[in-house]
Design a protein around this ligand. Structure first.
Ligand SMILES: [Zn+2]
Length: 350
């Protein structure tokens, strides 16, 4: 079995909205309860988070923006954008979310664990260098990529974002850089509005942003096809030194915000593809980071299947070709073709 680390801390429950909000502490409560179930408890390595420092946040964020978020500390409620709240403890919680992701990177780099999953909040992928957006304060996965390159002196990082929503903040953080490849599959047109095929990066970063915009409908088979036809060949050619996953579970088939059809087993299949190419390029160094996912049971069951896959419990099952064979080609082939056309100048994809 692989050693899989888990970042978990009750302080992540301290970020709380005034009244109902889909991005609630209950999301982590159901996940933390799941970690105590028989077959889960004792099977994973606990990772204690720390707060990211100002310098670490500045790997991505503007000092003025970090200071703005800091001013929300101790105030009952600040709206940073129409969807994004900060309560009295949100600044500290957000620093702990980014920092938890950094400790997961440390543990994977030192070999203490083979891979890891950071069960943190608030999520991060919409956070821009200079503003909060879409429930996100600091961009956890982007800060982690910056940290892996800067502190661990890695040459290349791959960020895979399977969240329902496009990770505008992550894309913009590395848009003109060739050392961080950002891959996103997402519902489109949809919030936040970015992530079209033609957004492939700029300047030295051309070809290092890969967008797969999808109308509602794709499920396990179509996602597997996207990962095997586009992500896997590009990842094997890019050869990342570490892989970070913006793992949003809002593509689950019953998620209230989304129109995708992915099942818990479908998420495991995607994780399997990622682990397999990461084994080839970077000794399996993969850090999953929680983003969205608003159907509580779906979030719990899907994350559980991913964890079992990270640990290698489902290895004997191999890749599920039967699943891929069920793909609705009329739905997905035109999208795959357009992504390949956009990326052909940069990658050897057929
Ligand atoms: Zn999302």
């Amino acid at each position: 079995m692989a050693k899989t680390g888990i970042v978990k801390d009750d302080r992540y429950l301290d970020h709380v909205a005034d009244g109902y909000h889909p991005e609630s502490p209950q999301r982590l409560e159901v996940l933390y309860q799941m970690l105590q179930e028989p077959g889960m408890r004792g099977n994973y390595v606990g990772i204690t988070p720390r707060m990211a420092t100002q310098q670490e946040l500045e790997l991505i964020h503007m000092p003025n923006y970090i200071n703005l978020v800091a001013t929300t500390a101790g105030r009952p409620m600040t709206m940073l954008d129409p969807d994004t709240y900060a309560c009295a403890k949100s600044y500290e919680t957000a620093k702990l979310a980014a920092g938890g992701t950094l400790v997961a990177v440390d543990k994977v780099m030192s070999g203490e664990v083979d891979n890891a999953f950071a069960f943190i909040r608030p999520p991060g992928h919409h956070a821009e260098t200079n503003r909060a957006m879409g429930f996100c304060l600091f961009n956890n996965v982007a800060v982690a990529a910056g940290y892996a390159l800067h502190t661990h002196k890695l040459k290349k990082a791959l960020i895979i974002d399977w969240d329902l929503h496009h990770g505008n903040g992550t894309q913009h953080s590395f848009y003109e850089r060739a050392d961080v490849l950002y891959f996103s599959s997402h519902q489109y047109p949809y919030y936040p509005g970015t992530g079209f095929f033609s957004e492939v990066g700029g300047g030295a970063g051309k070809g290092f942003t890969v967008n797969v915009p999808l109308t509602a409908g794709p499920g396990d088979a179509e996602y597997l096809l996207i990962f095997e036809e586009i992500l896997e060949p590009i990842a094997l050619e890019f050869k990342p030194d570490i892989v970070l996953v913006s793992a949003g579970f809002d593509i689950y088939y019953r998620d209230p915000l989304g129109g995708m059809q992915v099942t818990p087993q479908g998420f495991a299949n995607l994780a399997r593809v990622i682990l397999e190419f990461a084994q080839v390029t970077c000794k399996g160094r993969v850090v999953f980071v929680l983003e969205g996912g608003y159907h509580l049971e779906g979030l719990r069951d899907s994350a559980k299947e991913v964890l079992k896959t990270l640990r290698g419990e489902t290895l004997a099952r191999g890749r599920n070709e039967a699943v891929r064979d069920q793909a609705d080609h009329r739905m997905i082939d035109p999208v795959i073709k357009k992504v390949k056309e956009a990326q052909k100048p940069y990658w050897k994809i057929k």
